[in-house]
Design a protein around this ligand. Sequence first.
Ligand code: FAD
Length: 258
Amino acid sequence: NSTEEWRPFNKTSVYMSDLESALHYSLRVELSGHITISGDDLTALKKYIHVLAKYFPGRPSVKSALKIVDNWLQLQNGTEIRYSSLRDVLDNAVQTSDAVLPDGVQWVGCQGSQAQYRRYPCAVWKLFHVLTVQAKEIGSTDPQEVLQAMRGYVSSFFGCRPCAEHFESMALESMDHVTSLSAAVLWLWSRHNRVNNRLAGELSEDPDFPKIQWPSPELCPSCHGVKRTGEHHWNQEQVLTFLRNYFSSDHILMDYLQ
Ligand code: FAD
């Protein structure tokens, strides 16, 4: 809301407060629009929570909370669940142990210059990048695991429906071709840049955060190269190194946490 105080932040860092806010928003706000969850949506939810429980590089209390929700969901063998039951687990079972899922949002690196800009969609991108990088660091056995979980979440629950349709068409086109954890990190990066390219100059763009082909040459000089023809090209090896560093759990800032 507009009375919220501006939190000064470093534009080139990832903040845990944004990632936790994304968890809260996806689990308590977006899902709450579904009274019951069944079929493909239930499968998508189980995969999404499972991936979060495995790879979210959070505080121990938040990781425990995600594990409790994951264990509970995996035990639900029926064809549908009620959102209210999931909400009970989130609010009660979780809070009685050492596990906590923060309530409410506190955007930091995803603050916009006005209330309609950035926030949740920005934090979703950051969360997804962090998850692909974590899967690479920890060594998932399946390069598709995180990508398909994100795909299912977006398709079933992401509130911005045109976004979901665009994302699904990119997934249909090439997500299945990803066969390594590094390729998964780069797939998401390059698709995010495609979205940036499409949205640059649109009304939804925050003037203080222009959509660019990211990372900029200032942020990662070695990521950029020039071909003999004079055309720009990405040095993908450098980009991968950069992403693994930028989104690594060691570099997430813990300022402003509730
Ligand atoms: P975002 O694009 O949200 O990026 C957040 C941060 O990630 C940036 O500040 C930067 O630090 C970093 N970043 C930027 N580019 C990259 C990259 N290539 N790789 C890694 N990190 C990067 N909006 C629409 O209007 N139409 C759509 O079709 C649409 N589709 C979307 C699909 C998905 C899956 C998501 C999550 C969002 C979508 N959005 C769409 C929202 C839009 O992409 C932005 O999230 C929103 O406009 C807020 O922009 P932002 O300036 O915060 O930067």
